[in-house]
Design a protein around this ligand. Structure first.
Ligand SMILES: [Zn+2]
Length: 356
């Protein structure tokens, strides 16, 4: 049977269906305002006291942070100090002295001397000293696996057996290990007209890893091998373990790695643009999700997080740094009270109480 093609007659409707335009407008000058009118719930105080498990306060004065915390129901903030050596201990002492029940600290992995034979020994000794100063964790940043090199110039592998005693010691010391491994998927793609985070990467060119010799998938696999290799150590995958674009993949990791917690810091933009999937994920893994902001403490910022977690509001702005993450808005996931309470504070208390 042959099919005859029906010629489309030119008419007004057909013409308007096919009209397009070449637009000469700078992206930086394009600021569309939504005409959408939907319910707006501004959550001034969270339904339960909040523990912010992922923030960086080194540049701030503890007193100023406490003012923000008191204004928007943040009970406790974990400062991940980015300092090493004595300056790290000083920073931790500063916050703990200012308000011992309001601040905790996570130490920053110090890679100085990684080429030396006694590096692992020195690092384990440093873990003890971090704990003496009240640390509730140690953070391994994305440079591990991606850019850090050994004395011979080789990239360090996250799952290098040489570092295994460090993770083993963290388990024995009940010191959770936070991994910020890899980065958003778009950061590993070319920075071009198809990159959905083009404007953000333009503002932060050093966040682009499209020419990295190691892929995001490889980094995640190296990290997961470490988590599996040390089942008695608790791990926190910062920023949804860097898999917030693919919650199915993240769920598979949560299933395979019962000692893996995640924090949601700086990932509301991703979670909030897939509200149905995100809500189901929160309900399923409610016992291992931690609240975190990873943005300078501000009242409006925290309230956007609460709006995302507590309301069913639609299409609103996400909390972010100045360059934003992408040109979209988010939807609330209206978590039930039992889940909300775990995410806001109970899960964090499980990790913090190991040392207190
Ligand atoms: Zn951070």
């Amino acid at each position: 049977m042959t099919q005859a093609t029906v010629p489309i007659k030119r008419d007004k409707f057909a013409d308007l269906m096919h009209a397009t335009a070449e637009i000469d407008l700078r992206l930086s000058d394009f600021h569309p305002r939504t005409a959408l009118k939907t319910a707006v719930h501004s959550i001034e105080q969270p339904r339960f006291p909040v523990i912010d498990f992922h923030n960086h306060l080194d540049s701030m004065n503890p007193k100023d942070v406490l003012v923000v915390m008191d204004r928007c129901g943040v009970e406790h903030v974990v400062n991940i100090t980015m300092r090493v050596g004595h300056r790290a201990f000083d920073m931790m002492d500063r916050y703990h002295a200012a308000a011992p029940d309001r601040f905790s600290s996570i130490g920053w992995m110090d890679w100085n001397g990684v080429e030396r034979d006694d590096f692992v020994e020195v690092t384990i000794d440093r873990l003890h000293r971090l704990i003496d100063h009240g640390a509730c964790g140690i953070k391994f940043w994305k440079d591990f696996g991606l850019t850090l090199r050994a004395g011979d110039g080789e990239l360090l592998r996250i799952d290098d057996d040489r570092f295994a005693p460090i993770f083993e010691a963290c388990g024995k010391l009940s010191l959770p290990v936070m991994f910020h491994t890899a980065d958003p998927t778009a950061f590993f793609d070319p920075i071009d007209a198809e990159n959905e985070r083009f404007e953000e990467l333009a503002a932060h060119p050093d966040w682009g890893f499209s020419s990295s010799p190691v892929s995001k998938r490889t980094l995640i696999e190296q990290r997961n091998r470490v988590i599996a290799r040390h089942p008695a150590t608790t791990f926190v995958g910062a920023h949804c373990a860097e898999c917030s674009e693919d919650l199915g993949f993240l769920a598979a990791q949560m299933d395979a790695l019962p000692n893996l917690f995640i924090d949601i810091s700086a990932r509301t933009p991703e979670l909030g643009r897939q509200p149905y999937t995100a809500r189901a994920f929160f309900l399923q893994y409610a016992d291992r999700i931690l609240f975190g902001a990873d943005l300078l403490p501000e009242v409006a910022m925290y309230r956007l997080y609460y709006r995302f977690l507590e309301t069913a509001d639609e299409y609103f702005e996400y909390p972010s740094h100045a360059s934003r993450q992408g040109r979209w808005n988010i939807y609330g996931i209206f978590l039930p009270d039992d889940v909300l309470c775990k995410v806001y504070r109970e899960n964090a208390l499980k990790l913090l109480s190991k040392l207190r």
